[in-house]
Design a protein around this ligand. Structure first.
Ligand SMILES: Nc1nc2c(ncn2[C@@H]2O[C@H](COP(=O)(O)OP(=O)(O)OP(=O)(O)O)[C@@H](O)[C@H]2O)c(=O)[nH]1
Ligand SMILES: [Mg+2]
Length: 445
């Protein structure tokens, strides 16, 4: 399945090959390709159209027409657009009250979407964060539902409030909240019943539960494999009860997750978590960039985007470089200085001389072993990379790490450190006296 999607994107790239500019015409070809790719990924038709129109508008803009490589840049626009659509600043956290009050989380969704399992996963997660969590069994429809939650509770040591003979789930929810408050639980997670299809009774019931316990979060749990249907159901829940966040389950299946895009676009609520298995720990924070890669077809597209990113960065870097030309300090110069720096007694002396230079060079920058490692890293770079560190994206970092026997993290660390140092030097460069003193101390004069 992923292969065919990747094929589509390869075709898309070919569409652009040999062309210097994105035109109405080749945007049209590309948007057709993207359209069928998104439909294949089960994205809602309306969402596909909207998404494509917006992307197209941007692609026809100035930015793209000036581009060096229209194909790569167009992919980047598609990807970026999707990331910004999926993303939300509220994605990562649940809106819960302070520790002195009981926060309430209401779980809702269709039958079999994963409400009960996700209740336990969420409870497990919040408990690990140090909260006292209680779950309430308010699914009184399915005979085994209460027991299912109790078994999960037992398994993960999370207490469950239940009333085995009760008939009215609203009452049980109210009692659970009273109990949770009395026992000073921080969070109450309410598991509710699902239905095969949406029906008025069910919506009324969940609405009553919601009014009775005024939840801090009303989480819509949706099976990622549900496809287009999920959107209509979510809309119904949004209108009748109000959704504050979405959890998508069963992402360990081979679904491409188009439903994420549909739900985000139609419901407009943050996707908080994704379920990636049946165990309690299989609940991951939602990342828009990863999801966009998945919807677009994984590996191939990601590396294309990365490549595009490097093109953009190189452009930016050029500008930056021009600005920094005064200091004319690159990694080659740095390499030369490494020997000198290892000989230096200590940096405090320089810093004493240069009151404004604190932070420009710190003690950890003259760790001898570290500098030798850095030497190896720089020696594994090409001359172009040494002159312009901004073209070093993750692919290059990987290669450099391999060549120098270090890790990608260490390469990144050096680049960051160097960048910081150079910026400080630029600042210092404005002051001739300080600059001369610094250069002298570093053996650069
Ligand atoms: N592989 C996988 N299975 C999941 C995930 N989440 C839930 N399941 C499974 O999906 C099935 C249904 O999950 P439940 O939690 O019972 O769903 P529910 O929404 O409570 O169902 P009802 O109470 O009948 O409406 C169970 O077999 C779960 O183990 C997931 O992220 N990955
Ligand atoms: Mg259930």
């Amino acid at each position: 399945m992923f292969d065919s999607l990747s094929d589509k994107f390869s075709n898309l790239i070919r569409t652009f090959q040999g062309k210097s500019k994105i035109s109405e015409k080749n945007i049209q070809d590309a948007t057709n390709e993207i359209q069928s790719a998104l439909l294949d990924a089960d994205v809602n038709l309306r969402v596909v159209r909207r998404f494509i129109n917006r992307t197209r508008e941007e692609a026809l803009g100035d930015k793209v027409l000036k581009a060096v490589d229209p194909g790569q840049q167009f992919i980047k626009i598609v990807y970026d657009k999707m990331v910004s659509l999926l993303g939300d600043k509220d994605s990562e956290k649940l809106n819960l009250k302070g520790p002195d009050t009981t926060s309430v989380i209401l779980m809702m969704g269709l039958q079999g979407s994963g409400k009960t399992t996700t209740s336990a996963k969420l409870a497990y997660r919040l408990k690990k964060e140090g909260r006292r969590v209680l779950m309430a069994a308010c699914d009184l429809v399915r005979p085994a539902a209460i027991t299912q939650l109790e078994v999960l509770g037992e398994q993960y040591s999370i207490p469950v409030y239940s009333e085995h003979d009760a008939k009215n789930p609203v009452k049980v929810a109210e009692n659970a909240l009273k109990y949770a408050r009395r026992e000073q639980y921080n969070v109450l997670i309410i598991d509710t019943s699902g239905r095969m299809h949406l029906d008025a009774d069910m919506m009324e019931e969940i609405g009553k539960i919601s009014s009775a316990v005024t939840p801090d979060e009303r989480l819509f749990v949706s099976d990622a494999m549900t496809g287009q249907n999920a959107v209509n159901i979510a809309k119904e829940f949004e209108e009748k009860v109000g959704i504050t966040g979405v959890i998508l389950t069963k992402f360990d299946s081979d679904t491409r997750g188009g439903v994420a895009l549909s739900l985000k676009e139609i419901v407009g609520r943050p996707i908080k978590f994704i379920g990636t298995g049946e165990k309690a720990e299989n609940l991951d924070v939602f990342y828009a960039d990863r999801m966009a890669s998945r919807i677009l077809g994984m590996g191939d597209v990601v590396s294309l985007v990365e490549k595009a990113q490097e093109t953009f960065d190189a452009e930016q870097a050029e500008k930056l470089q021009r600005k920094m030309a005064k200091s004319e300090f690159d990694l080659d110069d740095y390499l030369e200085q490494i020997e000198n720096m290892t000989k230096m007694g200590g940096v405090e002396k320089i810093l004493d001389m240069l009151p404004g230079a604190k932070g420009a060079i710190t003690e950890d920058m003259v760790d001898k072993k570290e500098l030798l490692k850095e030497k190896a890293i720089i020696q594994s770079m090409t001359l172009t990379e040494r002159k312009n560190i901004y073209i070093i994206g993750s692919a290059r970092k990987k290669r450099i790490a391999k060549g120098s026997g270090t890790s990608v993290g260490e390469v990144g660390h050096l680049l960051k450190k160097f960048e910081k140092m150079r910026l400080s030097m630029k600042k210092l460069a404005k002051n001739k006296k300080y600059q001369n003193a610094l250069m002298q101390q570093m053996g650069m004069k």
